[in-house]
Design a protein around this ligand. Structure first.
Ligand SMILES: *Cc1c(COP(=O)(O)O)cnc(C)c1O
Length: 375
């Protein structure tokens, strides 16, 4: 048998080497340079926003999005931002750092994305924005989100960290909001190890993003009216990200093929597999998640331990935001009961989904997953 199958092995190749050498030969290694310009222009054009600004990761991309919106639209401390509970901490902490209150909504059982039918009841006079997170390869159903935003005058942010090139009807994720954010972390569809991008079609927001990511330098460079951060990305990172951007459609095709193969091999296990398509989108299987049926005697944690012993890497699903100790302690999360996201954590995990995975490894993984349910 082959060795341990990791949950994600990134695919980086000769193009990356070539573009990196170009940076080194030309000396463009810092936060200005041709690959940054090309990546910002081409990836935002591909996605469908006017402007893109590279940053050092997807977490600070969200930070900047909230910072510039709060300033631009005069949001006050304590104003509320609606978001799914089932997401990574980055989506919620950016609000907390800027003294805004995240308001958590449960997930849809079928797609694991925010349950859009539960948003309206959570809107109050203090609500300012909705952050959607396109989860694991299926987009949020944007039509109801955009209708509510219009009806109540709310801004929309798409956390598209997992959704490069993901299609919603005839649109691409990241193009349907006031600001969208991306990550180029090692397991994302476009990667340079660490990196990210903020996109918008609003010139004023874009100017503020560039200002705050670059230490709030002004025309008189070292004279400051306000404070910012150094969230810049380097041209070296952009070179690597650009090479993987050029392969994006190929990457998605490959992920879809892997998803279809897993789906076929695992169709008889007593668990929910990723929903292959909805009326508005096809799954592009950023990762392949599994949610154990309630009558399965073990939970996700035990399944992951047993798979590890069998040489298969896994990752747990997100721990819901409304249950996070940090938010319980600070009173941001009350005693909300969001059973779908809680169950997703308890019963869900994902199996190896990296681009380096071979069909043989997929078959071996599937066979070991199936073996969990025997005897
Ligand atoms: C990966 C991810 C992020 C954070 O991106 P980093 O580059 O790791 O900081 C934010 N949101 C979601 C939904 C993610 O999957």
């Amino acid at each position: 048998m082959s060795g341990f199958i990791p949950v994600n092995e990134p695919s980086v190749g000769n193009k990356e080497k070539e573009y990196l050498s170009e940076c080194i030969e030309t000396g463009w290694i810092s936060s200005e340079g041709p690959f940054l310009k090309k990546l910002e222009a081409d990836f935002s054009a591909y996605t469908g926003q006017k402007y893109g600004s590279c940053v050092c990761n997807g977490t600070v991309a969200l930070d900047l999005a909230i910072k510039v919106m709060k300033e631009q639209y005069n949001w006050r401390d304590g104003d509320e931002i609606i978001m799914p509970s089932f997401t990574i901490i980055s989506t919620a902490q950016c609000c907390v750092f800027h003294n805004l209150k995240p308001v958590f909504i449960d997930s849809e059982p079928l797609t694991w994305n925010i349950d859009t039918s539960k948003i309206e009841a959570a809107i109050t006079p203090k609500t300012r924005a909705i952050i959607v997170v396109h989860i694991y390869g299926l987009p949020t159903d944007m039509t109801p989100v955009l209708e509510l935003a219009k009806k109540y005058g709310l801004k929309v942010i798409e956390d598209s960290a997992q959704a490069h090139g993901l299609r919603y009807k005839d649109k691409i994720c990241g193009s349907m909001s006031d600001i969208s954010t991306f990550s180029f972390y090692a397991n994302k569809h476009i990667t340079c190890g660490e990196g990210g991008m903020v996109m918008t079609s609003d010139e004023e927001l874009y100017e503020k993003i560039k200002f705050y990511k670059n230490l709030a330098f002004s025309k008189d460079r070292f004279i400051h009216e306000t404070l910012g951060w150094n969230y810049r990305m380097s041209n070296l990172q952009a070179a690597v990200a650009y090479a993987s951007f050029e392969r994006l459609e190929e990457t998605i095709k490959k992920k879809k093929r892997m998803g279809a193969l897993y789906t076929e091999l695992l169709k008889d296990i007593p668990a929910q597999l990723p929903c292959p398509k909805t009326p508005y989108a096809e799954n592009n299987y950023w990762v392949f998640g599994i949610v154990l049926n309630d009558d399965v005697k073990f939970n996700a944690k035990e399944a992951m331990e047993r798979l590890k012993d069998l040489g298969i890497g896994t990752r747990p699903f997100f721990y819901p935001m409304h249950l996070q100790p940090v938010f319980k302690k600070s009173g941001i999360a009350g005693n909300q009961d969001l059973p779908v996201s809680k169950r997703l954590y308890e019963r869900g995990f994902y199996i190896p989904s990296g681009l380096k995975l071979t069909d043989e490894q997929i078959r071996e993984t599937a066979q070991k997953v199936i073996s969990l349910f025997k005897g």
